[in-house]
Design a protein around this ligand. Sequence first.
Ligand SMILES: [Zn+2]
Length: 76
Amino acid sequence: MPITCRRCGNLSEPMATAPLPGALGERVQQSVCSACWQEWLRTQVMIINEYRLTLADPQTRVILMQHMEEFLHLRP
Ligand SMILES: [Zn+2]
């Protein structure tokens, strides 16, 4: 079943596998296209550099999840 990407609005096949573990990964898989996910991965690297985030810091994950939800328009 094709999905309508919440970020770009295009109709496309969902990613073959969820890009993240758990319920959030399934939500991403059902909500955004593969191209927008790839774009997020590149943006994530820029955010990490810009804010000088450390992946070892648990707070980094929280910050990245917030940016991701905003970037991919995942919020209801
Ligand atoms: Zn898209």
